[in-house]
Design a protein around this ligand. Structure first.
Ligand code: PMT
Length: 221
């Protein structure tokens, strides 16, 4: 039994994908169902946290006792997350689009005769996780995710250092049965001088196991 070990703590969580509009009918986006982040929100609320969930476009019900802000794009998620600081813990489980069309069209783009290719100009989106970690109101613990298809631990450790976060939960994506959309996942949780493996397990169990790691780090600070 974990009891109410997160009582009174403000936990801010991002979940789901972001969609970046090309025109009023088309978008580019990342693969994410929101299940991982919603499972963490649910588990944190059960453990007594005051949970704010910033959700990209997903079709999931809001967990009990969780407050939710719905957003669509990376720019909206950025504004919503920063607008919710201060918080005690930030957990970035969202799959934020890294690039967005420079200039979304106001009306539907038409296919012209003979036009067989289309080039979109994309610009970088703000790195929400890195900004939260560098913010004047930095949460005491900033936890990122890393979704990798290969060299998972190496790339994840790079993100831990580059984004100056306290913990990174790395998962392999692009294989069946974990990562995006599935009900199960496995996480390699890394911190500057250590790490641990969680799962494979249902996302609900992993959420509690990740919160256990977060609680231990909280206690040692
Ligand atoms: O939603 P599910 O279907 O349950 O799938 C769960 C998941 C695979 C989406 C989740 O476990 C996960 O790995 N989420 C992070 C996905 C991701 O985009 O990872 P990344 O390696 O590209 O980004 C690294 C970190 O930076 C993440 O914490 C991300 O939220 C953050 N980031 C990235 C880009 C950006 N512009 N802003 C950010 O904050």
């Amino acid at each position: 039994a974990r009891g109410l070990d997160f009582a009174e703590r403000r936990v801010l969580i991002s979940a789901g994908p972001t969609f970046e509009d090309i025109d009023p009918v088309r978008f580019i986006g990342n693969r994410s169902s929101g299940k991982m982040g919603f499972a963490i929100a649910h588990a944190a609320a059960r453990r007594g946290a005051r949970v704010m969930l910033v959700a990209g476009p997903v079709s999931l019900p809001t967990p009990d006792d969780v407050q939710r802000i719905d957003v669509r794009s990376a720019a909206q998620m950025h504004a919503a997350v920063l607008g919710q600081l201060p918080a005690d813990v930030y957990i970035g489980a969202a799959a934020v689009a890294d690039y967005t069309p420079r200039e979304p069209a106001a009306i539907k783009l038409k296919k012209r005769p003979g036009q067989d290719t289309l080039t979109l100009e994309l610009v970088r989106t703000p790195d929400i996780l890195a900004e939260v970690a560098a913010h004047a109101q930095r949460p005491r613990l900033v936890v990122g995710f890393a979704a990798e298809t290969d060299r998972v631990a190496e790339y994840a450790r790079g993100k831990l250092v580059a984004k100056k976060v306290d913990l990174i939960a790395a998962n392999r994506v692009g294989v069946a049965g974990c990562g995006f959309e599935s009900d199960d996942n496995a996480l390699s949780v890394l911190w500057p001088d250590g790490g641990c493996e969680l799962g494979p397990a249902p996302k609900g169990e992993l959420a509690d196991a990740l919160l256990d790691v977060i609680a231990r780090h909280w206690a040692s600070r």
